[in-house]
Design a protein around this ligand. Sequence first.
Ligand code: NI
Length: 149
Amino acid sequence: MTNKINLAEKFTLFSEQWRPKTIAAANGQEIKIVKVCGEFPWHHHAGADEFFMVWKGRFRVEFRDRIVEMGPGECVVVPRGVEHRTGADDKAEVILIEPAGTLNTGNVEDAEFTASVEWRSRTASAPFEHCTRIFSEIDNQRVHRRYIL
Ligand code: NI
């Protein structure tokens, strides 16, 4: 897929928080965008590194021994197996890159934050040219699928 992707535009297509939307895929990794405010549960990913980059606002990744605070254009990699939680005191917009199929809460099952099995099992080969339609259908249903923008 060689169409241009406009991040600012993508961020206008949703308002819910803590539900990453896939905007592109490359080499088995998914590039996702997410809006956040508040605090995510502690967790780790046994087999996946996670890359976070701030697009707007202030965002932090907390580790057990320190906190990484970031603003727009700043990024961090969370190594696989390392316990972490993300957070923002005010609304923030973040880009993340991780292997397709990575569960958002890692090793933890959280009633509020964990994506459903259905959401996880979607393949990475979803047709991006139909993104807008898929997104609006899913948004209407308010189910936890793997969102494609
Ligand atoms: Ni994580």
